[in-house]
Design a protein around this ligand. Structure first.
Ligand SMILES: NC(=O)c1ccc[n+]([C@@H]2O[C@H](COP(=O)([O-])OP(=O)(O)OC[C@H]3O[C@@H](n4cnc5c(N)ncnc54)[C@H](O)[C@@H]3O)[C@@H](O)[C@H]2O)c1
Ligand SMILES: [Zn+2]
Ligand SMILES: [Zn+2]
Length: 337
């Protein structure tokens, strides 16, 4: 079968490999769509820490079941599926507490082990979800949007609450959408006006704030001096994450969805006087995938404009470099098989 291997930074090679065989409790899945995300772009550019090459990338996947044994989920050959790429151990403290998304031994396919940039993968049946009422293309962005659904669930935000989402990339957009669906009044902050304009169209958010122009003043004005009850940071920018402490209301919550490699510091009086809660949010759980799929099936998510670039599998290597360029306006690129 055809497989695209990231041999080393800046180099993809199209190779012919043997078809995998399904192990115990696994199914063979024919890959049909591969969403490309920041993680893939960083791995390709050699900017992903602790990443080893060669590696088959691809973790935002949908496909069709080729071969499957009897199973409790009622899945059959031919079914379209969303592939949950998080392989968890099932026995560590996080898994025992139902938090498989932060398993101590988490193996994200396409990052820690080989992923889906190929024609067929063998994958645990328990990590396949039938893609009912959604297209294969939509199925391939469920994982990316489930990060936002998970962060919103974790925040326990309440309807009508003022919510700020900093960072309007594919991850932040997901947070905005699910915060809106939860009934919050959502403000989007970014340094990129084009992306902010898209947030007003897509989520749609209620207000936008450019972080370069007195953001604290704007926030105070928009919230009658109270500041947002819940702030999410999805920038991947350390300064933004540290600034976010002062954007949070007294008694409020700050949720770090984006992540950085370096250390972060904060001023304790600013933190303490607010009695604020700081949360991190990692990956997503099966319930979050279900939530996203239901919202898509109900027509609540504009996936058409979110997917900005499409290309066939065989043309991906040639196209990939262009998806690294912000001027192409890429939000989500989609590879088709
Ligand atoms: N929690 C998780 O499990 C999870 C999963 C995937 C990605 N991530 C992380 O989420 C973050 C966002 O991912 P993405 O793919 O949307 O990234 P992206 O780079 O496409 O988007 C980031 C956005 O933040 C904006 N931004 C950057 N610096 C800013 C600043 N100082 N103030 C305001 N806005 C600023 C950028 O203009 C951009 O629009 C990354 O750190 C990524 O690693 C987390
Ligand atoms: Zn991703
Ligand atoms: Zn575990």
């Amino acid at each position: 079968m055809k497989t695209i291997v990231c041999e080393q930074p800046d180099q993809f090679v199209l190779k012919e490999k043997d078809l995998p065989t399904a192990g115990t409790d696994q199914a063979l899945v024919r890959i049909r769509r591969i969403g490309i995300c920041g993680t893939d772009l960083h791995a390709y550019k050699g900017r992903q820490p602790f990443f080893s090459y060669p590696r088959v990338l691809g973790h935002e996947l949908s496909g069709e079941i080729m071969e499957i044994g009897p199973n409790d989920e009622g899945l059959q050959a031919g079914d379209p599926v969303v592939i949950i790429p998080y392989m968890h151990c099932g026995s560590c403290i996080a898994c025992r507490n139902g938090k498989t998304n932060c398993c101590t031994k988490l193996d994200l396919i396409g990052v820690h082990s080989d992923g889906g940039m190929c024609e067929v993968i063998a994958h645990p049946v328990s990590l396949l979800m039938k893609a009912d009422g959604i297209s294969l293309e939509q199925a391939a962005i469920v994982e990316c949007l489930s990060i936002g659904a998970h962060a919103v669930r974790r925040s326990e935000l309440k309807p009508q609450e003022n919510v700020l989402v900093i960072g309007s990339g594919p991850i932040g957009l997901g947070v905005m959408k699910f915060a809106k669906l939860a009934g919050a009044r959502v403000m989007a902050m970014d340094i990129n006006d084009e992306r902010l304009a898209y947030c007003s169209h897509w989520a749609p958010v209620d207000d936008t704030i450019n972080a370069l122009h007195n953001p604290l003043e704007r926030l105070l004005a928009l919230t009658e001096g109270e500041l947002p009850a819940v702030v999410f940071d999805a920038t991947g920018n350390a300064q933004s994450m540290m600034d976010a402490f002062q954007y949070t209301a007294h008694g409020g919550k700050l949720v770090f969805v984006g992540l950085v490699k370096q250390e972060l510091t904060f001023n304790d009086p600013e933190f303490h006087k607010r009695e604020m809660t700081l949360l991190s949010s990692r990956n997503a759980a099966r319930v979050d995938f279900q939530k996203v799929m239901q919202a898509m099936a109900d027509g609540l998510i504009d996936t058409d404009s979110y997917i900005t670039h499409r290309c066939p599998f065989d043309a991906m290597i040639g196209e990939f470099d262009s998806w690294l360029k912000p001027e192409t306006g890429v939000i989500k690129a989609m590879v088709e098989l």
